[in-house]
Design a protein around this ligand. Structure first.
Ligand code: FE
Length: 359
């Protein structure tokens, strides 16, 4: 999908949702969508705000419309902008469903009061308990693992074991990782607080920071590039960044992927850290029942496959398989921590990282 055909949120534009939703028509050349206001389809519609931006998500929404007749008006944007927008819209908010990545963001949405709890037997059956909010405020739809990538010329898989081990002097000057403002790292540290307690988690953070090869910079892809170039020996990144490089047709990216190895930490202990992308029904959803039906649809085997594949993630529904590249990363034992704890411990994690000198 090109930038032309999708709606990127701009609070400055002052466009109304309906106009914006019209522009978000995901079929190039489709102008009917702009008639939303005057000609709602028979089966109705839902308004979706999403912080995920993948072409395959759009294909999925089209499939849902084909199956149910319910039209989806999509607004995309940064999660913080979308949350702010929903708050500003207040009682008049037209939004029904909010989709974002990382529990930290879903938790924030819940804390900001923009979501409502829903109950659905289908969602409770399809999604493991540790990957959804207890009262039904949000539901995990895909999983990502935060794993270790290493430079194959400098590190052997046998040298690696756990997240905790990365804090030992052996790794001095060898670790690359993005900044503490990044929600993935906040959630990882929160999981360590949950597992080890705050004191031990802080010791761990200090040890890891002490082993940094450089000040944190860039995103997860930048960390993988730095490992491939030899600037650092290991990095912690989300699994889909690795799979994305491996799947790329770009020769340079393929070369980078060839230089790195992938290691799933903590296989002998609690398992590799898992996070989710997920969805919740918004507080003033005008089409609540349809919103629930939509989230339920996203846990159908067909939708799970497409949704996970779009960002090279793992489906949350058991029995649905990941794409071939993700599969090739290998089987692993995943942490079974309740991901909700990453949200509960987020504020503590931020403080621990700050005290630990993680920039
Ligand atoms: Fe990401």
């Amino acid at each position: 999908m090109t930038a032309k055909t999708r709606t990127l949120l701009s609070l400055a534009t002052g466009l109304s949702l309906l106009i914006a939703a019209g522009c978000s028509s995901n079929q190039p050349g489709n102008t009917e969508a702009s008639n939303t206001e005057s000609e709602p389809s028979q089966a109705g519609e839902i308004n979706l705000y999403s912080a995920r931006h993948y072409d395959s998500d759009d294909a999925l929404y089209e499939n849902f419309t084909k199956e149910t007749g319910i039209k989806i008006n999509l607004i995309e944007g940064k999660e913080s902008d979308l949350i702010e927008r929903i708050k500003n819209e207040g009682d008049n908010s037209p939004v029904d469903v909010f989709i974002t990545v990382d529990v930290g963001n879903l938790w924030k949405a819940q804390e900001e009061g923009i979501l409502q709890p829903i109950s659905s037997d289908i969602l409770e059956k399809n999604i493991p308990e540790n990957l959804r909010e207890d009262e039904g405020y949000w539901f995990g739809l895909t999983k990502r693992a935060r794993l270790i990538v290493y430079n194959k010329d400098k590190v052997k898989a046998e040298d690696l074991s756990t997240y905790e081990n990365l804090a030992t002097p052996e790794w001095k000057g060898r670790i690359c990782i993005r900044s503490s403002s990044n929600i993935y790292n906040q959630s990882l540290v929160a999981s360590k607080i949950e597992e080890l307690g705050e004191e031990k988690a802080e010791e761990w953070v200090k040890g890891v920071v002490n082993n940094f090869a450089r000040e944190p910079e860039g995103n997860d892809t930048s960390q993988i590039e730095a490992v491939a170039s030899g600037e650092c020996d290991v990095a912690l990144v989300n699994s889909y960044y690795v799979a994305r490089l491996m799947r790329s047709d770009d020769a340079k990216k393929k070369e980078i992927a060839a230089k790195i190895g992938v290691f799933f930490p903590n296989q002998e202990s609690g398992g590799t850290h898992i996070n989710i992308s997920g969805a919740g029904v918004t507080i003033n959803a005008p089409h609540k029942e349809k919103a629930i039906a939509f989230i339920e649809y996203l846990t159908s085997p067909e939708a799970q496959e497409i949704f996970a594949d779009g960002n090279n993630e793992y489906p949350v529904v058991s029995g649905v398989s990941e794409n071939e590249t993700v599969k090739a990363l290998g089987n692993f034992k995943e942490s079974e921590l309740d991901v909700e704890s990453y949200g509960e411990k987020n504020a503590d994690a931020v403080k621990v990282m700050d005290r630990g000198g993680w920039k």
